[in-house]
Design a binder for this molecule. Structure first.
Ligand SMILES: CC(C)(COP(=O)(O)OP(=O)(O)OC[C@H]1O[C@@H](n2cnc3c(N)ncnc32)[C@H](O)[C@@H]1OP(=O)(O)O)[C@@H](O)C(=O)NCCC(=O)NCCS
Length: 171
């Protein structure tokens, strides 16, 4: 049984090899919720993560770094497939590991796994304030296809538009 409360942050110097993306299992719900808390101002909470984990057609990924202490989770993603369309529901990389191409590694892995399951397009929503995420998604092949005005209530109480993005997959 894993200790789900263990903080997943390992010192970067201890990372021996390039982190790898692996499929998450049911027992990883707690660690995904912890990673999400460390990445977002307004995390979902463990119960909602568990609910999203259990949805039909869902798949969740963990990004793991190899350290002297073993393999440590440093990022995550959750997706859902309905027929031939997928949605990227949530994604994060721990702050101290950002800007090294790891978010991109996760997004590309989400897309690969969707393509393997016959998906034609992946969709997502991102706050118009979240420039790093928008640039990450654009560099991974997503384009803006729409906008939902005042969709997110930010932590400062302000309302922000959501941008709808889509990535079409090759067949
Ligand atoms: C969004 C997030 C996952 C990016 O992770 P990351 O590991 O830093 O991303 P990468 O290093 O792979 O960056 C890929 C691209 O994203 C863009 N990017 C990443 N961080 C950026 C920043 N701080 N400012 C501007 N662009 C940025 C760049 O275009 C970069 O490509 P480049 O290296 O060719 O310039 C990370 O910032 C995060 O976890 N944020 C909090 C949670 C979140 O907002 N999730 C998305 C919700 S929709």
């Amino acid at each position: 049984m894993r200790d789900e409360k263990t903080p997943p942050a390992a010192p970067l110097a201890a990372v021996a090899t390039r982190p790898a993306v692996v499929a998450a299992g049911r027992y990883d719900v707690g660690i995904i919720a912890t990673l999400q808390e460390m990445c977002f101002d307004q995390p979902w909470g463990r119960d909602f993560v568990a609910r999203m984990f259990a949805v039909q057609g869902g798949y969740s990924l963990l990004l793991k770094a190899t350290t002297q202490a073993g393999r440590t989770p440093i990022g995550f993603a959750m997706c859902q497939i309905v027929v031939d369309e997928a949605e990227l529901l949530t994604l994060g990389v721990l702050p101290q590991f950002r800007g090294r191409g790891l978010g991109r590694l996760l997004v590309l892995d989400c897309l690969d796994r969707a393509q393997d399951r016959g998906v034609r397009s992946m969709f997502l929503e991102v706050s118009e304030r979240n420039r790093p995420a928008q640039r990450l998604y654009q560099s991974a092949g997503f384009s803006i296809i729409g906008r939902r005005p005042k969709y997110y209530r930010e932590i400062d109480g302000g309302l922000t538009d959501a941008l709808n993005m889509r990535c079409d997959l090759q067949r």
